[in-house]
Design a protein around this ligand. Structure first.
Ligand code: PHE
Length: 349
């Protein structure tokens, strides 16, 4: 209390100190459950004892009013502080008893929070796209529900062409705008056409995405698969560019001393067409070739269909089987593991 107040302390201010003593003593004996009642008795807005005291300031003799008022206010503030401290102290004590009484075993290790991660196919897809990104390929996307015009006709697979058998198709059984030729894309190659429709050479894109085929599943075939389509179109692109890019891809993806091999294959939208295989160690210490993609020089007709002069522009395209790459990478023997949602399998990656 300030000295000036002490000097004019009277019988009434003395009684304030008596009140303070009483209030603090009862607070000390009040448990958690009684705190609200204590507050009502001393600080209640209507008829708390300190509230009444404050209200009586105007009844004091004029020369004592200031000192009385100051002392009463100080009491009010002190009691509020004391109440808060008491609350805190009681809470702390409660936690301490909980901890020591054995209700909470503070020595137990915390519950681990499961950490999510990307599906192995997603991880592989991202890595593939990143490698081509480093080589200057931009990412494009196309629809999974596709017109036959893009999925087949635009890439030289006309109706009744036997090559349509290579992609046993899941058709959308619905007439849309008078047409009945919508399907779940069987490969990402329709995006060769879609990209060339909206972009001028030089073109360098990769198009990742899911594809669907109506086929019996086995260890290496699923009815849904993931591909990364690649397309480069410009003046003067040659087969050696295709081989160089895919060789570099294999080295960046699988390691510097990877060997690759190309052999001839047929896809209607490329000429010549190839399949690329990567050498992979076998259990008996040897290596074997594992095919991971189809590729080739974009057929001049596909270039012409897109509205470009095929005597000026050439290009290459490839389609990578992402599940195949993931299988190779981690030695997974059955493609069906990927989509069975077995966490014991998925948590390994
Ligand atoms: N689209 C082909 C497939 O699904 C792969 C491919 C893409 C082949 C591009 C050549 C060029 O098997």
């Amino acid at each position: 209390m300030a000295p000036i107040i002490l000097s004019i302390m009277t019988a009434t201010t003395n009684s304030i100190e008596t009140l303070r003593k009483e209030a603090l003593e009862t607070l000390e004996q009040t448990g958690e459950a009684g705190l609200d009642q204590w507050r009502a008795e001393w600080l209640g807005r209507q008829d708390g004892r300190v509230t009444l005291l404050l209200r009586s300031v105007r009844d004091q003799p004029p020369d004592e009013r200031a000192a009385f008022g100051a002392a009463a206010n100080a009491l009010k503030n002190d009691l509020e502080d004391a109440l808060n401290q008491r609350r805190e102290a009681l809470k702390k004590k409660q936690l301490e008893t909980l901890a020591t009484s054995g209700a909470i075993d503070v020595t137990l290790p915390g519950r681990p929070q499961p950490v999510g991660r990307f599906h192995p196919v997603t991880q592989t897809l991202r890595d593939i796209v990143a490698v081509f990104g480093e080589m200057g390929f931009r990412v494009a996307e196309g629809p999974e529900v596709e017109w036959a015009k893009y999925n087949f006709d635009g890439v030289r697979i006309p109706e009744d062409h036997p090559a349509r058998d290579m992609w046993d198709t899941i058709w959308v059984d619905k007439e849309i705008g008078g047409r009945r030729d919508m399907l779940l894309r069987t490969h990402t190659s329709p995006n060769q056409v879609r990209v060339m429709e909206r972009q001028q050479p030089p073109i360098r894109v990769v198009v990742p995405g899911k594809c669907y085929r109506q086929e019996a599943t086995d260890a290496t075939h699923e009815w849904m698969l993931t591909q990364v389509e690649g397309l480069a179109v410009d003046e003067g692109i040659r087969m050696s560019d295709l081989k160089g890019v895919l060789y570099e891809f294999a080295r960046r993806m699988f390691g510097q001393d990877r060997h690759i091999t190309f052999h001839h294959s047929y896809f209607p939208f490329v000429e010549p067409g190839v399949e690329m295989a990567v050498d992979w160690p076998t259990a008996d210490g040897g290596t074997r070739w594992v095919e991971i993609l189809g590729a080739g020089m974009v057929h001049p007709e596909v270039i012409e269909n897109a509205g470009f002069d095929s005597s000026r522009y050439t290009g290459f395209a490839f389609g990578i089987g992402v599940e195949r790459v993931a299988m190779l990478r981690w030695g997974i023997d059955d493609i069906r593991h990927f989509y069975q949602n077995n966490l014991r399998f998925l948590r390994q990656f």
